[in-house]
Design a protein around this ligand. Structure first.
Ligand SMILES: Cc1ncc(COP(=O)(O)O)c(C=O)c1O
Length: 389
């Protein structure tokens, strides 16, 4: 076979040896390599303000409820269909620069022109693309707070000014404050995660229309959780509002977090511009085929969404009767609770094999935990344990 064992340049050793020498504290990477502190001077100064991304408690657990995933994997028959098709693809050839087959399938599914959609390797990758297109030194972005942490990280990396607009005490959006800040601060870019991670609350379509209509800014509406929402999607705005971009992910309701698929949808003229920083060839053939097959079997998605919504309501009602827990009404596939001591409850649950997310570090979310709705048995075990606090 043709697997080549690449040896890195600059005198680097193969990985195993390199690790050993680093552990021994003898940095023999090469004479010209600089000490770590000097190196830091050469890097983007924004890195000083950014922490390494970690998931507290890891990504393995008997009952894993910490990443807002679907508890249902695709059925085996569908995986086999997908793999059968994937097998026939030329693995030695680059895919198209952009995954046009997947983009056409999703555009048809949404009923929008193909020029309005752009597919990415997860919606995180699309966030990088859109932020690169919209921000840079001296530019201003409005972000309601708390919200998805990647927004702030990207804005910092791009050395842009962040205008933070706090949620209301019950974690609902403060639309008036968003409108006011957008106007007073003359922001260039507004990012609305709605329904919002981590608060689980939504803006109404009228709110979004109001914000996009009154601000002289690009408005990104991240709809990662829209399939679980009571509100209407902002997709219907893209024809009337040239400054609105809708972001979608296939990682939540479509249960494809492991395949990495995201989309941006907007007016074709804006799309031409935001597509410019896009990483070429970022989506592989498997992602396209999987997307097309899942869209062709969409009843699987609507069935699991109904299950999750039913369970969300059940868990919510049960938590309302537990005194030690304050539960917030949710518009997503996850719930937020406030407890006496979030760190201690996190550990107690972890001890029971139940992994949730401690979101206490976010502004206004002191002692809050977040967990996605799981299978009936998983939800029951969680609720039972919370009942014993
Ligand atoms: C609001 C929001 N946007 C985007 C993402 C990124 O999703 P992905 O990169 O899996 O598409 C997430 C993931 O949790 C999210 O909560």
């Amino acid at each position: 076979m043709f697997f080549v064992n690449y040896l890195p340049c600059c005198g680097l050793q193969p990985a195993g040896h390199y690790q050993e020498t680093m552990i021994a504290g003898k940095n023999n990477i090469g004479e010209n390599c600089m000490m770590q502190s000097d190196m830091k001077m050469l890097l983007n100064p924004a890195l000083k303000e950014i922490a390494v991304y970690k998931v507290e408690g890891g990504q393995q657990a008997e009952i894993k409820l910490n990443q807002n995933e679907s508890p249902f994997d695709l059925p085996l028959w569908l995986k086999e269909e997908i793999l059968g098709e994937f097998q026939m693809e030329p693995w030695n050839r680059y895919p198209e620069i952009l995954p046009y087959r997947g983009m056409k399938a999703y555009a048809d599914f949404l009923g929008v022109p193909v020029e309005s959609v752009l597919m990415s390797n997860g919606s995180n990758e699309m966030l990088y693309t859109i932020f690169l297109a919209c921000l840079g030194p001296g530019r201003k972005v409005l972000i309601p707070e708390p919200s998805f942490s990647l927004y702030e990280k990207l804005a910092l990396l791009l050395q842009s000014k962040i205008v933070r607009v706090p949620m209301q005490p019950g974690l609902d959006f403060d639309t008036e404050a968003i409108l006011r800040s957008a106007r007073d601060e003359k922001v260039d870019f507004i990012v609305l995660s709605t329904p919002n991670n981590p608060t689980s609350k939504s803006l109404t379509l009228d709110d979004i229309r109001n914000i996009a209509g009154s601000a002289n800014a690009i408005v990104l509406v991240d709809e990662a959780y829209i399939e679980f929402s009571r509100e209407r999607s902002a997709l219907e705005l893209i024809r009337e509002m040239p400054n609105v971009i809708v972001l979608r992910t296939m990682s939540k309701a479509l249960a494809l977090a492991g395949i990495r698929i995201g989309f941006a949808v907007c007016n074709p003229a804006l799309m031409q511009e935001i597509a410019k920083p896009k990483i070429p060839f970022a989506s592989g053939r498997l992602a396209e085929i999987t997307l097309m097959r899942v869209l062709a079997n969409y009843s699987l998605v609507t069935d699991t969404v109904s299950y999750i919504l039913h369970q969300r309501e059940k868990v919510y009602q049960e938590l309302l009767s537990i005194d030690a827990v304050e539960v917030f009404a949710s518009d997503t596939n996850f719930l937020i609770i406030r407890v006496g001591d979030a760190s201690s409850v996190f550990r107690t649950l972890q001890h029971e094999g139940i992994l949730v997310r401690n979101v206490s570090g976010y502004t206004m979310m002191e002692n809050c935990l977040r967990f996605n709705v799981g299978l009936v048995e998983e939800n029951q075990r969680l609720v039972r344990k919370l009942g014993t606090l």
